[in-house]
Write a protein that binds this ligand. Structure first.
Ligand SMILES: NC(=O)c1ccc[n+]([C@@H]2O[C@H](COP(=O)([O-])OP(=O)(O)OC[C@H]3O[C@@H](n4cnc5c(N)ncnc54)[C@H](OP(=O)(O)O)[C@@H]3O)[C@@H](O)[C@H]2O)c1
Length: 303
């Protein structure tokens, strides 16, 4: 069966389709025929060899988010073959041992949930990593009821979910979005939408900030003294004198939470978007597309 392998870190052209042995389900595992694998910024970084800690050593297969159909299960696994599923590979924790850019993957059943009726594989494959990250950022941020919340990268996946979840929780969201994408972000529930050229010294201050780009240092003037900013990647630390609490959060696979978020998308209460799909052989083109600005939605591979 075919996978997209990184044999040597580098540009998009290092992504090559190779044959690997057919995966077999071990104890408590399920083999999923992957119909869609989301392309995320972390994949672009991992392709270039930038991984967290002592992570993957080549050759490795990229990809966190997948959706498809369970085809076989190992002893002790409950899922029935034939069941549509969606799931997430905790790729860093696994050191790149298994990745979603593949025709089939064997994964613990605890990484997978049944895919609700009516939720297509391509759409589903844009949910896990980014919706979980947004939900966990907001849990950690814990804004007080009815807070003014600032979200950067609101036209992207993490920021887009953060806007929706914060607005639905009753907060007043000010969103900073990519150029020309204000209408989409307003539709997610943002009260105020600003452009990416925002001058953070002139928009007032916020006690609760999700920095999903992350913008980092430049937005510190918009964080109130005593306020908290949570970032999706390491940024320059806020000066102690600013009195700002600043943290980087790393997503954790939480299947009950993911089940709820997937259900919300399936029910139309959370929105996601796909910019384009690519066959496995065109993984390099998918990465090139994902590296462009203003693409409005995720690139998705269809193995
Ligand atoms: N820590 C974790 O566990 C975790 C989990 C998931 C993601 N992440 C990280 O979170 C970041 C966002 O991921 P994502 O999947 O949401 O990416 P994405 O879908 O590419 O979204 C990023 C969005 O930010 C916009 N943007 C870029 N620069 C901006 C700026 N200066 N001001 C306002 N908006 C700006 C982009 O617009 P344009 O397209 O116009 O540039 C794009 O819409 C990435 O760095 C990713 O690696 C971390």
């Amino acid at each position: 069966m075919r996978v997209v392998e990184v044999s040597e870190p580098g540009g998009p052209d290092v992504l090559q389709v190779v044959q690997r042995p057919e995966p077999q389900p071990g104890e408590g595992e399920v083999v999923v025929a992957v119909e869609a694998a989301g392309v995320n910024p972390t994949d672009l970084a991992a392709r270039q060899g930038m991984t967290v800690g002592d992570s993957a050593r080549p050759p490795y297969v990229l990809g966190w988010d997948f959706a498809g159909t369970a085809v076989s299960v190992g002893p002790g696994a409950q899922l029935r073959p034939g069941r549509p599923v969606v799931g997430m590979v905790p790729w860093y924790a696994e050191h790149g041992r298994v990745g979603a850019y593949a025709e089939r993957i064997a994964v613990p059943e605890s990484w997978v949930l049944p895919r609700p009726d009516g939720l297509g594989a391509v759409e589903a494959a844009t949910i896990p990593l980014n919706a979980l990250t947004a939900a966990q950022l907001l849990d950690l941020l814990a804004p007080p009821p009815g807070a003014d919340v600032l979200v950067t990268g609101a036209s992207g996946a993490v920021g887009g979910y953060a806007v929706q979840l914060a607005a639905q929780a009753g907060h007043r969201v000010t969103a900073v979005a990519g150029t020309g994408d204000e209408e989409w972000v307003r539709g997610l529930g943002a009260a105020v939408v600003l452009g990416r050229d925002t001058d953070y010294t002139s928009i007032g201050t916020f006690g609760s900030v999700v920095d999903a780009v992350p913008v980092g240092e430049a937005l510190f003037p918009a964080v109130a003294p005593g306020g908290t900013v949570l970032s999706t990647r390491p940024v320059t630390e806020a000066p102690a004198a600013a009195g700002i609490t600043q943290r980087v959060m790393l997503v954790e696979l939480d299947l009950p939470l993911l089940t709820r978020l997937v259900g919300e998308v399936a029910a139309g209460r959370l929105r996601t978007r796909v910019s384009s799909t690519f066959p496995l052989e065109r993984a390099a083109d998918a990465h090139r597309a994902a590296e462009e600005h203003g693409r409005r939605g995720k690139a998705v591979l269809e193995p």
